[in-house]
Design a protein around this ligand. Structure first.
Ligand code: HEC
Ligand code: HEC
Ligand code: HEC
Ligand code: HEC
Ligand code: HEC
Ligand code: HEC
Ligand code: HEC
Length: 414
């Protein structure tokens, strides 16, 4: 017997309605998921040249920043090291040597044993603006490798690439995480489980460009171009509107020390929560445990300025669109926006003239320290030479203060 259960009309509508609501909310949930998990492709980017027409001032200063130059196509202009005879050799202890050679086909690192050429690979990509140094990458089909010789700016010399053994090694693979910190975008074409990643080299966007910090901008450029009368921005991220955490997370993607990724590289977009994409080791609690290279956030977080002023972020002191390297007077003015006589928290050192203090808070409170991570062996030396980098642990440094005062006394005596 066919049992039919009579359902009153009102309940029927209610069931249908709730089914519809469930379906709709399921769909929107999927769409939302779709939106956050949307895979970014090279088509989403417009390139910074296209921002120039409407944001000329920012564009013009941005192209002088270390960010913009942190990766480039290898050319005579972008490679800082010398190819001239006498300056182009790096000798290994085992008797072989590397020569940096320029030919009609380009630039190469060539390994020799005596007069025998053993192997040779091209400089394809330059990483590093050259403030501290440059490391070079070469393409083997769709895979990228690091070349064994690096340029070390502090010594104006070629040197063994950091962490490389004392012999020519050409098989050090470059990962998407390396490129995530030094380029704006590249499309990975190999499956996630393959450790030696393949990239689509035509999709690379060199440098840390506008769209690394503002998100892909193709839709913004298309919209603002089609609607020139609309002076409100559409389809672009403005970090000026971020919370403190969002603002710090954007810089920490690359300046936050060693992060372990839990999602594919290049999925994090400005405004996202870093913790949704990475886990990191937060055990190092002493400034001495944190290397001055690559972990400015870790050090800043230990400083009283950061702990006691909840609005302080990286952009309190750094203008992300300008190269302000060595402009210590400008930076000191930013310190004095908080530390001044009116607030009764100005520098307490009394042995130094106020005029001198005001010119340079930095050398005494954020001295340069040797990095353990950027340290290289120079030819013929058995001790590591370290890059000197500003600490972001802002505090009192009596030894550095004495050194600064001694240097000052010496220069005024002259
Ligand atoms: C056709 C003109 C045009 C182009 C091209 C253009 N923009 Fe814009 N942009 C605007 C206008 C108009 C505004 C809104 C007014 C303003 O803030 O200057 C704006 C605002 C912005 C803002 C601030 C957003 C906000 O919410 O206030 C950012 C960031 C930005 N643009 C980045 C970019 C980047 C990056 C590019 C290149 C990929 C770019 N723009 C290309 C016209 C343009
Ligand atoms: C995608 C990675 C990435 C992001 C995001 C990023 N940086 Fe950097 N930053 C770098 C790299 C790489 C360098 C080294 C550039 C070089 O010299 O080759 C650098 C260098 C710098 C420098 C030194 C500039 C100089 O003249 O030597 C400052 C200051 C800086 N970043 C501040 C910031 C701030 C502030 C933010 C957040 C608004 C930020 N960065 C976001 C990767 C990044
Ligand atoms: C977590 C992000 C991150 C990763 C991964 C990373 N770097 Fe860097 N790198 C930085 C930052 C930030 C700086 C500069 C600031 C500093 O020294 O603290 C820098 C500096 C450099 C410099 C010196 C640039 C200069 O002249 O100042 C070189 C060269 C370099 N990196 C190459 C590489 C290569 C090659 C890889 C991959 C094998 C790599 N980096 C991986 C963030 C990163
Ligand atoms: C290293 C990250 C970074 C890069 C690269 C970068 N910006 Fe920005 N941009 C920021 C941050 C952070 C802010 C918000 C600054 C603030 O808090 O006032 C910002 C703000 C802006 C604004 C809004 C200004 C305002 O007053 O609201 C515009 C427009 C803009 N950027 C355009 C560009 C363009 C165009 C480029 C490339 C030529 C570029 N940015 C490159 C980080 C970056
Ligand atoms: C946004 C405000 C702000 C800025 C900008 C700022 N500070 Fe601070 N700083 C503070 C606060 C708040 C404290 C903790 C209370 C105090 O000592 O005044 C502090 C503490 C300090 C201390 C004492 C540290 C210790 O360990 O006892 C020194 C030194 C210092 N700041 C130097 C600087 C220097 C140098 C700069 C610029 C590079 C700077 N600050 C930028 C807000 C700021
Ligand atoms: C209180 C001010 C202040 C804050 C906040 C601050 N910085 Fe700096 N930063 C400086 C000064 C000053 C220098 C040295 C500039 C120079 O010597 O040219 C510097 C230098 C740097 C350098 C280059 C280091 C080197 O020696 O090559 C990087 C990278 C950097 N800052 C990143 C950041 C990041 C990322 C944040 C946020 C986590 C941040 N800074 C927050 C003041 C600050
Ligand atoms: C010649 C080195 C030197 C210069 C330059 C200098 N300071 Fe200091 N500062 C010190 C020393 C050392 C102390 C702590 C010892 C003392 O009070 O004698 C100190 C103390 C401070 C304190 C108080 C720290 C505390 O323990 O509460 C602040 C804040 C500060 N300085 C900020 C600044 C600012 C901002 C500037 C730039 C306008 C600056 N200093 C320039 C060496 C210097």
């Amino acid at each position: 017997m066919n049992k039919t259960i009579a359902i009153p009309f009102r309940i029927k509508t209610a069931i249908t309605l709730s089914l519809i609501i469930a379906a709709v909310s399921f769909l929107t949930m999927c769409m939302r998921k779709e939106k956050t998990a949307k895979k970014i492709t090279s088509k989403d980017f417009a390139g910074s040249a296209s921002c120039q027409s409407c944001h000329k001032n920012i564009y013009d200063t941005h192209i002088n920043t270390a960010h913009f130059h942190t990766s480039e196509l290898a050319t005579a202009a972008s490679i800082k090291g010398s190819f001239e005879a006498g300056n182009n050799i790096f000798p290994y202890a085992n008797g072989t040597f590397m020569a940096m050679e320029k030919t009609a086909d380009g630039f190469f690192q060539v390994q020799y044993s005596g007069a025998n050429k053993l192997q040779s690979h091209p400089f394809d990509i330059v990483t590093g603006s050259g403030t501290k140094g440059q490391t070079y990458l070469w393409w083997d089909a769709n895979k990228l490798y690091q070349l064994p010789i690096t340029y070390f700016t502090q010594a104006h010399q070629w040197c063994n690439s950091p962490g490389f053994p004392e012999r020519a090694v050409f098989n050090r693979i470059i990962t998407s995480r390396c490129l995530e910190c030094h380029t704006t975008f590249i499309n990975k074409i190999s499956a996630p489980e393959i450790p030696k990643e393949d990239f689509d080299k035509n999709t690379i966007i060199y440098g840390i460009d506008c769209e690394r910090c503002h998100g892909p901008g193709a839709d913004h450029v298309a919209y603002q171009t089609q609607h020139p009368a609309d002076s409100t921005a559409k389809f672009i991220i403005n970090p000026a509107k971020f919370t403190r955490q969002q603002s710090l997370d954007l810089c920490a993607l690359c300046h936050g020390g060693k992060l372990q990724k839990t999602k594919p590289s290049f999925s994090f977009v400005a405004g996202d929560k870093l913790a949704d994409f990475f886990t990191w080791d937060s055990t190092a609690r002493e400034a001495l445990d944190i290397d001055v290279h690559g972990n400015q956030l870790g050090l800043l977080k230990l400083s009283k300025c950061f702990l006691q002023k909840s609005t302080l972020t990286c952009t309190t002191c750094h203008n992300p669109h300008q190269n302000e390297k060595n402009e210590l007077i400008v930076f000191s003015q930013r310190c004095m926006s908080c530390h001044n006589k009116e607030h009764n928290n100005f520098c307490t050192i009394t042995s130094v003239d106020e005029k001198i203090l005001k010119r340079n808070c930095i050398d005494c409170h954020m001295p340069k320290e040797p990095s353990r991570a950027i340290a290289v062996f120079l030819p013929g030396e058995d001790k590591l030479s370290s890059s000197l980098i500003r600490t972001h642990y802002i505090t009192n440094y009596p030894v550095e203060t004495q050194k600064y005062l001694d240097d000052l006394a010496r220069s005024t005596k002259k």
